[in-house]
Design a protein. Sequence first.
Lengths: 191, 260
Amino acid sequence: MTAPDRDRDLMARAADGDRAAFTELMERHEDMVFAVAMRMLRERELAYDATQETFLRLFRKADRYSGESSVSTWLYRVATNTCLDMLRKMKRRRADPLPEHHDAPDPSAGEHFDAVEVRPDLQAALAAIPNDFRAAVVLSDVEGLAIAEISEILGVPGGTVKSRVFRGRRMLAERLGNLVDQPQRQRTDDA
Amino acid sequence: MHEHDLDLIAEYASGLLSGEHEARAADLAARCTVCAEEMGVQRQVRTLLSSSARPEMTTFERSRLHRIVLEAVAPAPATATMSRWDRRWLSLAGAAAALVVIVGGAGVVGMLGGADEALDGSSTAGARVAADLATDTTTAAATEMAPAAAQEESAGASTLESYGMGGGLPWFADLADTDRDVFRTVVDEMRAVAADQAAIVTAEDAAGFGAVCFPVDADAVYAVILARIDGAAYETFLTGDRADPTVVTVTTEGCRPVDP
């Protein structure tokens, strides 16, 4: 059984309330979801919250999964939309404090952050570009997804995806400064 | 001087072109510095992003995620209805409910279709009847009435009918108005949780015993048993198997006094 077929099988069983299947599905994709959330939200606690919310939404909506797209594509969509929703809410409530967590602190969190965290300058540059462009660039260049799949995830035409990816890269280049050659060019309009 | 088609260059840098489009873009990048710079920007940013370390959860975060998510999606307990009733029962008992309890189960016998006994409410008679109760297996018992009790019509009958329950059945009316109000609250609670509203049955007899019985699910019958014993109010809560609605012996020892 291929990985996508295995995912579909687990999804069908999760939709029937099979918690073991749902757990396996979560274990297979939690790293991906967290990575996308970190790129989109930049802050670890927010990314963690988004990951948690993504899987809760997955479970609640499992019966609506039609099987037309792969489970991973569906998950990318849920994760991306969850992050975009959080970003919109943050924008409206910029003064509100971050949500509190009452679990015991993770003693190794700081070390792990230094070891595997995204380069701060790159993460800062990502955070500085508009959310929709960030989503397209993350899915394309970080996650390595094809334009057609990103189009399905974001619910926009392929031409729009390409435009956001290309413009997103240009914005990142400007913010990264001397790490990337500054373009001296005439810009074309978006499609 | 050509028009710089930077999106075409970007597509070329992204490996999205083929055929003549790819050839044209390659040619532009080779001959035009602006196009070449665009290609460089697109490729460098793409490489930077694709080669960046992937954030990972710690073991602690991962286990916390599983715990929180799996707890959130856990199914609700099958006995949620009963649990809610249990909690209300306890709160009513503690809130000056004037619920009284049948002693010896004489009234229960009448309701559950047991012996056709004259009901006198005495504990002695109740103890004797209680022994009979232990062997009572009448399946329709929950809806039957002792003849003496069945003939009783009380001021509470209208109250019973207002609940849409078993018109004509005697109502447990030998209580003060306060008690009746509390009893009505208990009935309301049971209506809220009972699976089969039509099967709620109330009954009382001349001595002041009373009960409200209702099926909560396909398997069980529950009853609030109320009685006044030597001027004091007692309550108890019984369960019975639908298929075998034998009520376990009810005595004052199994009841708890209720503050008026």
